[in-house]
Design a protein around this ligand. Structure first.
Ligand code: CA
Ligand code: CA
Length: 346
């Protein structure tokens, strides 16, 4: 075989190799594209995007060192009745298009659920479904390539009870526009707070003491109501209100509009004045403290601003606590708490 023939064969082989590589790359692109289009829970957001957003905005949870339910639990898959398999710090997520989403500015709501095998505080009960939420918006219409930013955060605290002290905040206020917020979970009752001081003065027996960071654990997408992912059939169980929490938006127009009227240093109550006698009550020892949530001016919010003479939170507390009076006692009665001494703030 002369040199010219060898060269021709080599060129042909190289050509074939190039074609094979091209076909392989194309196939890989098709597979990747197909994977990015998979939408298991049929809500219009791909599994890939949902997991990416869940990871980017995963909160940094703080829990009690002596938490009586140990860690948020992972629940047995493919089981309709919630069955805590292991208390290992698993966090469950849900991502769905927000009602304000447009093709120009895709917007999604994310819920992070910390699910416990039990509530072991006052009025204890088995199973405890708690959560925080965030509203996130894309910088461009390509939701995969776009940069996503958080706009508002919500933390559920004693939702739908006389003690409801759930909060809503601008993401920038709590330094959580690009990543997850720091969230304090009250030991035993598992109420979520966007500011540690709110937990310290929380409702009932809430008190955040000896708090430690929740160790990194699994982050599992629950899917949507009626369209579970990852075997999370337990989400629909009537044994807990998880499905109800999954069906509700935590960013309806009214609280968002109310928050936008406040200075950007403030966190707003989600339900100010929802209950006429509502207050944030802390019964600790013989001291009976309260924060107003009457929905007026500073009492509609908690300021997280600092100043040289102390926190604005304390100022707000001082300026509103006198308004509580009889209403404080009504809440105490509702909570079955009897203060032995009512002390004015210092
Ligand atoms: Ca989806
Ligand atoms: Ca989803």
């Amino acid at each position: 075989m002369n040199g010219i023939k060898i060269m021709r064969i080599a060129v042909v082989l190289l050509g074939l190799a190039a074609i094979a590589t091209s076909c392989q790359t194309r196939a890989q692109q098709i597979i990747a594209s197909t994977q990015s289009q998979v939408d298991t829970d049929s809500d219009g957001l791909s599994d890939q995007l949902e997991q990416s957003l869940l990871t980017q905005f995963a909160p940094a949870f703080m829990i009690g060192k002596k938490e009586c339910s140990n860690l948020p639990a992972e629940f047995r898959v493919a089981t309709v009745s919630p069955d805590p398999q292991e208390e290992n710090g698993t966090i469950y997520g849900q991502v769905f298009p927000a009602h304000s989403s447009t093709s120009a500015a895709p917007t999604a709501e994310i819920h992070y659920y910390h699910l416990w095998s039990k509530d072991c505080g006052a009025h204890a009960h088995p199973l405890d479904a708690e959560h925080v939420s965030v509203l996130v918006r894309a910088s461009a219409n390509d939701s995969i390539k776009a940069k996503w930013k958080a706009i508002y955060w919500y933390a559920a605290a004693h939702e739908n009870t006389v003690c409801d002290v759930s909060q809503i905040s601008r993401a920038s206020t709590i330094h959580a526009a690009d990543q997850g917020a720091k969230v304090w979970i009250s030991p035993s009752k598992h109420a979520s707070y966007l500011d540690e001081r709110l937990c310290q003065g929380g409702c009932g027996a809430d008190k955040c003491e000896a708090m430690v960071a929740l160790p990194p654990g699994k982050l599992i997408n629950l899917g949507e109501p009626g369209a579970p992912m990852n075997g999370s059939l337990f989400a629909e169980s009537k044994q807990w209100p998880l499905a109800k929490k999954m069906r509700e938006s935590n960013f309806p127009d009214e609280p968002v509009a109310r928050l936008e009227e406040l200075p950007d240093t403030e966190i707003a109550w989600f339900n100010p004045g929802r209950h006429p006698a509502q207050g944030v009550i802390s019964a600790s020892g013989s001291t009976y403290n309260a924060l107003s949530t009457s929905g007026q001016n500073t009492s509609a919010a908690i300021s997280v601003a600092q100043d040289s003479t102390g926190t604005a939170l304390e100022k707000s507390y001082n300026s509103t606590v006198h308004a509580l009076g009889a209403s404080t006692r009504k809440v105490a009665k509702a909570l079955h708490v009897t203060p032995t001494e009512e002390k004015k703030p210092e």
